[in-house]
Design a protein around this ligand. Sequence first.
Ligand SMILES: Nc1ncnc2c1ncn2[C@@H]1O[C@H](COP(=O)(O)OP(=O)(O)OP(=O)(O)O)[C@@H](O)[C@H]1O
Length: 851
Amino acid sequence: MKEEFDLLVATARFPSISIGDASPVELYDEVQWRESQPRILLPELSRQFSNYATRNWVEEAKEIGANEYASSGAGNGTELGKVYSGKETFEVTKSKSLSTEAYLVSIMDTSVKFIPDTTSRQRRHLEKAGFHTVRKLLHHFPRTYAEPENAPGKIDDGAYQILVGTISSSRAVRASSSLSFLHIIVSCECFDDNGTSKKNIYLHLKKFFSGARFTCQPFLRSLQSKCKVGSLVYVSGKVKKLRCNDHYEMREHNIDVLEESEKNVQIHKCPYPLYPSKAGLKPQILMDAISRALMILSRDIDPIPNDILEEFNLPNLFDAYKGIHLPENLNEAACARRRLNFDEFFYVQLGRLFQMLQPLGTQIEKKDLLCKYKYNRLNVTLVEEWSTLTKSLLSALPYSLTSSQFNAISEIIWDLKRPVPMNRLLQGDVGCGKTVVAFLACMEVIASGFQAAIMAPSELVAFQHYEHLSSLLKNLDDHSRPIVVLLTGSTRSKQSKMIYRGLQTGDINMVIGTHSLIADKVNFPALRFTVIDEQQRFGVIQRGRFNSKLYSGTLTLKTTNTTADELPEDKIYMAPHVLSMSATPIPRTLALAIYGDMSLTQITDLPPGRTPVETFILEGNETGYENVFQMMHDELFSGGRVYVVCPIIDESEQLPHLHAASKDLESISKKFSMYSCGLLHGRMNSEEKNEVLRKFKSGETCVLIATQVIEIGIDIPDASMMVVMNAERFGVAQLHQLRGRVGRGMRKSKCVFLSSTHAALNRLRILEKSSDGFNLAIADLLVRGPGNLLGKKQSGHLPDFPIARLELDGNILREAHNAALKILSTSHDLSSFPKLQLELSMRKPLCILGD
Ligand SMILES: Nc1ncnc2c1ncn2[C@@H]1O[C@H](COP(=O)(O)OP(=O)(O)OP(=O)(O)O)[C@@H](O)[C@H]1O
């Protein structure tokens, strides 16, 4: 009773966001919070901090808490605790009541005005720069540390260096009526090239200001006064030798001027944090505010229980903040970074898993789901238990499934039989055979009397899937063959209307289409299974819209062997199972970060008989083209078929070096006049595109000149060679996708990437060395970062990790995932961890939870 009341006081008055059926997640809003609080804690806090030097605020807070809550009948147990105050450590009494715990956690979210010795002017400046709360301020991390003791003794031309020195000249110069610059020369003591004797070197740092207002004398004087001659400074940047001996330019520099008082104190043995400035606030001011903010923290602020900290070998949060801002040595800073990094991942994982558990009804279901994640258990339904329809399609296939395909489909069917909606990502390299896995899963759902839908990323792919499935279904008996239709933006309106009606009445069992499937007018009374092909091409909202489909109509389903009347009522109102497919293999780490709540199935092998595509990286010069044309000639002569991919459709005056598909069609048709050539690009309508592809598939055309419309999903097993013009314009993952359009049949295939710049050759060479999409994705992740690898739509939903680097911190992410699972296994609704509950609501994973 008491605990409930305390938690309410601490949290319940924040504005909140509701996500789906989950209970509202509260948002911190400083102004509203302060205004709406019954003024139990904050005015007192304010009083505390103003008398900070002489008074013990935690003790008082406890007293206040005790007095306030005594009137509400709450008693408080007490124990001895410690509060860090910079130089001193106070022995204090600490309340064990939940309210005080919550209060200690919420210290992080109090206004910066409660930081000791903060003037109202400082506060205004901090708030203007976005530092409204202590948390915001403490999360402004140093970009690096200077170590005066270990400062590099030698100048390394071309390297990024941090040096300590004295300003020997500082000039603010008006260069023209609209341009000025500040030229600072810093003198540093360094070893000479032999490393024997010391000498003075001079670093030139220049900063330019453009605009008439930056050329006035007061401005120039103030610039100069900020960097006075004789000031001690840390400078960091790229060092570049100048002509004059011992003079160097420092590019992309940062300069930290030490205050007079710091001169003696700060040239200490500890690493010196170098902060990025923000909104005009000098690093020095930020550093000062941060070190004062650290004083009001105590060891109790850590919401993560001790056993988790011990298990994952993490420092306490208080030590982590201290360690990142005021480290004694670099090891301490690294350890602190690991903890803060862990937190970034942990709360995202905790939030997602928490949200996933919310809709589940019983404790058993919740436990079962968590166990599944925890032990990565492979739950499968054996072939014998598959429906007759699924088994019939399996026997109608012209090949046998690979073992990975078998595992994938058995796992999916197991999920389909659960009452909990599946949310699974099926990953596999290009051409590994994901589509047939999806088809088989659809049959299982249809056989149990429900509807299935496949949403493809383009009309071309939707059409191809439709043709592929229809050709497989032809081998089935008439009476068991389900009704499958194609619905895209190009479907004629009369036909569309019939399809809408068929879906509504349940006459149609399955629909393949594009995003037109999620249009409002499409009603699926019994949609039980949705496949989203190339899911990264769809936005999160588009994907999510399928979930609402089930509720949009009354059920009057007619299927081959079940009627609506026979369907159990309780099953009707479930959101559909979702299988997302992706051929852009995302490294597991990244998948976990984005899809913390998704199960992952991977197809790891390719159908038998496939040989790796031979890859050539060539420079697009005369010799390069001669070689390529010779290869094309040999390929066509021996009966192969060739794709030529160009980055643009029509020639462009602005980009004359880019190959245009329409222009290349002319030149290639001339060069290979014995063979017919086709053209495919995004401006053609659906019918034209389908016709061009049909001709290429049947061999009527042997060369297909196309833009990157063919990048996804196109499946023509007889295509045996690809030439990509201006390959430097594409990312590695994209080129791998393109290359995946060949080598899909038994014929040995080759792929040539022509780069019009010499510089890009090295980047492309990785494709020569590896044909494994996962390796390439990891390489791409390291080179271009997660945002580029995932593309806009997905990276927009990538949580914001200010300190963690996904490409490097995969292990910590996995640990954070396991820790979140452990916590939720102990308490499904986090009721045993009120501090965590509060912290989760205070943090900002809400945009992510909104997925
Ligand atoms: N087990 C198998 N044995 C032989 N061929 C197979 C097998 N599974 C699928 N295929 C064939 O391999 C080709 C590629 O399959 P599919 O289009 O399903 O691949 P995918 O994984 O969806 O590829 P992409 O990601 O490039 O679209 C198809 O022609 C398909 O018929």
